[in-house]
Structures are given as C-alpha cells and as structure tokens.
Design a protein around this ligand. Structure first.
Ligand SMILES: C[S@@+](CC[C@H](N)C(=O)[O-])C[C@H]1O[C@@H](n2cnc3c(N)ncnc32)[C@H](O)[C@@H]1O
Length: 226
C-alpha cells in the first residue's frame, strides 16, 4: 500500500518547498536579518523578535530528516503528535502524512510568526492534510499549555534555548514509549542551554533514553521510559 508521503498532493508540495529552501542563499538571508550565521545563537533577542527577523527564511528539517520523522511516527503508531516550531510546515507535513497512514489523529503544531503560520496553512491545504493539523498561532510556552489526552510523539524544532522549557511543559502528557525528536541538535553545541538540555535527557533520573543520529545537523532521539 503506497504511503501518503508519495501521494501527488503531498509529494509536490514538499518538492516545491524543499526546492525553494535549496534556492535560498542562507548566509545572505541571515545577514539581511542582522544575524551572523557562523556565530552563536542570538540569545539576546526575544523569541518573537528573532521570529520576525527570520520570517521569510525557510529553515526546515532536511528531506532525510523528514523521512526519519515519517518513519518514527509510523513505527510508534503515533496518532497524537505535538510540534514546537512550524515555520512553513515542512516537518508538519511529514508528521501528518504518517498520522494519516496510522489511521488518523492530530498534529498540534505552533508558530509565533503570523505570516509563516498563514503560509503553513496554505501548504497544509495544498497537501490535503489540513484536516489533521491544529496550527496554534502564538508562543509555544502558552499555546501548548492545553493538550488533549496523551502525546505519542513530540518534535522540538523551535528556537534551541526553548527546547527544555517546552519539553518540561509537554512532559506530563508524554505516554511511556513516546518519542521526543530534536532537530539540529549539533547547532549551538557547547552553549549552556544546549548542554542543559542534553544533561537533562541523558540523566536517567529524568526518565529518558536518548541517542544522537547523524542526520543533517544532528537529530536527537529520546524515548520516554516507564
Ligand atoms: C527551525 S524553524 C522550524 C522548522 C520546521 N519545523 C520545519 O522543519 O519545517 C523554527 C520555527 O520556530 C518558530 N518559533 C521559535 N520560537 C517559538 C515559540 N516560542 N513559539 C512558537 N514558535 C516559535 C520560529 O518562528 C521558526 O519559524
């Protein structure tokens, strides 16, 4: 049975978005936004300020990373998925395609920047997956406070300094055996907030088993124990 990922609507939407991402001159785009792409994550900017400055930049999971999301969402038969950091919705499409093939459910995703959220919604409609996606406009620290039932899979792909606060916010909803997937874990390595996140998930007392996969800029896979 073919995967929803390979349906014409989903494949063409993903191809269009990933091609647009490849055409970007990322260094120039970040420089225009006043951000030194080779430098440290600009922790001095608020989440909203940084989202505003980068509102036209596509910075999604890689194609391989997206396929990994699809694969793991299928493998744990996730029907309840939460995502921190929608952007244009590329990762969300991989997650929602897998939820469709798992028999249906919901992907709750959240984005701070309103233009990006609007464009993500257009992409969800173009892919025919909008019925599975609840996109919450606003700051994840507020928008993810209310979650229905338990969560089977959480993707952390918003600003890296907020990974741990968002994990702790969603953690009471994670079922035993749930997966937490973190994209771009190699970015900002050595910074206190990144080390704090890694220390947290690698401390068995916190109830996770975690391993880094060498995909794109590093994907951290965490299993909720229990
Ligand atoms: C790396 S991009 C996400 C890429 C997306 N997951 C994909 O693969 O297509 C990070 C996104 O998180 C959003 N973001 C950052 N902090 C946020 C917050 N506190 N609440 C909601 N969204 C946030 C940013 O505006 C940005 O669009």
């Amino acid at each position: 049975m073919p995967s929803t990922l390979h349906s014409e609507a989903v494949a063409s939407t993903l191809n269009r978005l990933l091609a647009a991402e490849e055409r970007q001159d990322l260094e120039a785009a970040f420089a225009d936004a006043g951000i030194d792409v080779a430098g440290d994550f600009p922790i001095e900017l608020s989440a909203a300020d940084l989202a505003e400055r980068t509102k036209d930049i596509i910075m999604s999971v890689s194609r391989e990373g997206g396929q990994l999301l699809y694969l793991f969402t299928r493998a744990v038969k996730a029907r309840s998925v939460v995502e921190f950091g929608t952007s244009f919705g590329i990762s969300t499409l991989y997650l929602a395609a897998a939820v469709r093939d798992n028999g249906g459910g919901q992907v709750i995703t959240t984005e701070l920047q309103s233009d990006k959220a609007r464009r993500a919604r257009e992409n969800f409609a173009a892919a025919g997956l909008g019925d599975l996606i609840d996109l919450r406009l606003g700051d994840a620290r507020e928008t993810l406070r209310e979650l229905p039932g338990t969560v089977d899979l959480l993707l952390l792909d918003g600003w890296p300094n907020l990974r741990l606060p968002i994990l702790n916010l969603v953690q009471p909803r994670l079922r035993p055996g749930a997966l937490v997937i973190v994209d771009d874990i190699d970015l900002d390595i050595g910074r206190d907030f990144n080390q704090g996140f890694l220390d947290h998930i690698n401390d068995p007392a916190n109830g996770y088993l975690s391993v880094r996969l060498p995909v794109h800029m590093g994907v951290q896979m965490c299993l909720k124990l229990g």
